[in-house]
Write a protein of this length. Structure first.
Length: 452
């Protein structure tokens, strides 16, 4: 009798490559530096790392546990583990979050492709930081090129997802992730050896807690969730593809560590260069697209570096976008009995439609605002600070109060190797600390900052 092999990750390394691939992306290289810059530097970084440890890792473990135990997608998993209850709404929120995230994320991913193209054509040579800034604004406020690159990026994402978990997602991430690490380290070395770099390092590592507003605390939490890919079911979906004998505690710690190291390295890559090149802390989404070309200009072999580097940012973005699209594809496939191909096409087309509005909000739709934000800014803000933050909150409440300690520990601790003190601490954090902390920050930020 033929055994039908279920599609899933083949090894622990495969799981880590895919999950770290999801975690490491534009959130680390593009979003983390400018959010840190806008929210006080060193103090923000300390809070960020604190949230990764106290909230990020427990939520990540919870997602893996929910996914593997149910062997189901982001919504189906809650239906399976808590039948006849409204818990599936958390899954639904995750599916909506996937749409919101991918719509603006694919805009920036498209920019990275334009910058690969520009660097191949020597587009940065001889340009001042000011000129690079003008070029960035001119490009992003157009229509045709940014939309073209966004669509190409969505097609690339769809192509990987279409090939399935092991032959698509795992294969791609296993090759691309180690390459990314080597390149980031190389650019960091260049950045910190520029004259005047130390001021940037000081900005990144010296804490000034007086600069932290309540909103900055919410941003740190939101950024931690965004960067770790938690709160919307991407890791529930990946969890459903993990083999039963893969340990989930160590996997979560390794993925979170890799993601945090890469975020800090991105800060080390950006801030010293910003200060050394005399621009100080100019923030905003353009940060990476203006600063990096300026650094490349000032280094020997910079044009080659620029090509490889923008290619790698694109790759980091791609390994993340596939995990977001997979949330939608797994859902459509399992809940509506669609083929992978059909689910991929439907997911890609519908997300791309929303994506067009995000891309155009730098140009023709610049003046269309909702709550004082452009479509892009609104999606960017909502994704991390509302969807993922509340998603993370409900996920830990589900694990701590509905799934129950014995199922959680049983799924986590497959071979009974974890010390019971450790599991008790984790369960305590999941039941009490994480939900209270997330709720206090989210509600506090709304009342204190939202009304002023
Ligand atoms: N973690 C990704 C990044 O830092 O770029 C973004 C992301 C991917 C967020 C997947 C959420 C997600 F489910």
């Amino acid at each position: 009798m033929a055994i039908v092999q279920k599609d899933g990750f083949s090894s622990k390394f495969g799981v880590i490559a895919a999950a770290a691939g999801s975690a490491v992306g534009l959130g680390n290289i593009w979003r983390f530096p400018y959010i840190t810059g806008e929210n006080g530097g060193g103090a923000f970084l300390i809070l960020y790392v604190f949230f990764v440890i106290v909230i990020g890792v427990p939520v990540m473990m919870s997602e893996f546990v929910i996914g593997r135990r149910s062997e189901s997608n982001a919504l189906g998993s809650f239906r399976k583990l808590a039948p006849g209850t409204p818990w599936w709404l958390i899954g639904l929120m995750g599916i909506i979050a996937a749409f919101v995230i991918l719509s603006f994320y694919s805009t920036v991913s498209g920019w990275t492709l334009e910058y690969v193209f520009q660097s191949i054509n020597q587009g940065f040579t001889g340009k001042s930081m000011n000129q690079l800034n003008i070029d960035f604004v001119t490009f992003t406020s157009g229509s045709f090129r940014p939309l073209l690159w966004q669509m190409i990026f969505m097609l690339l994402t769809a192509a990987v997802v279409m090939c399935g978990v092991q032959k698509g997602i795992e294969k791609a991430t296993k090759i691309l992730m180690p390459m990314l690490l080597v390149l980031i380290i190389a650019v960091c070395i260049r950045s910190v050896t520029l004259t005047g770099a130390s001021e940037g390092l000081r900005f990144l590592f010296e804490p000034h807690f007086e600069k932290l507003t309540f909103k900055a605390v919410l941003m740190a939490l939101g950024q931690a969730a965004f960067s770790l890919s938690i709160g919307m079911g991407a890791l529930i979906t990946y969890g459903s593809y993990i083999k039963k004998d893969t340990p989930l505690l160590s996997t979560s710690i390794q993925v979170a560590s890799a993601d945090t190291i890469l975020a800090i390295l991105s800060g080390i890559m950006i801030f010293p260069a910003l200060f050394a090149l005399g621009v100080g802390n100019t923030g905003g989404p353009g940060l990476v697209f203006v600063t990096l070309p300026a650094i490349f200009q000032s280094m020997p072999g910079g044009s080659i570096f620029a090509i490889v580097f923008f290619l790698l940012i694109s790759v980091a973005a791609l390994t993340s976008t596939i995990s977001v699209l997979e949330v939608v594809v797994a859902y459509l496939k399992q809940e509506f009995n669609m083929s992978r191909l059909k689910a991929t096409i439907l997911g890609t087309v519908s997300i791309s439609i929303l994506g067009v509005f995000c891309t155009l909000s730098f140009g023709p739709l610049k003046h269309v605002t909702i709550f004082g934000k452009t479509v892009f800014d609104l999606m960017n803000y909502l994704s991390a600070n509302v969807f993922l933050t509340f998603g993370a909150l409900f996920i830990v409440i589900f694990t701590g109060w509905k799934l129950g300690k014995s199922s959680f520990v049983d799924e986590l601790n497959q071979s009974g190797k974890i010390n019971p003190i450790v599991t008790n601490v984790i369960v305590f954090i999941i039941k009490f600390i994480a939900p209270l902390a997330i709720a206090a920050i989210a509600i506090g930020a709304f009342f204190i900052e939202g009304l002023t």
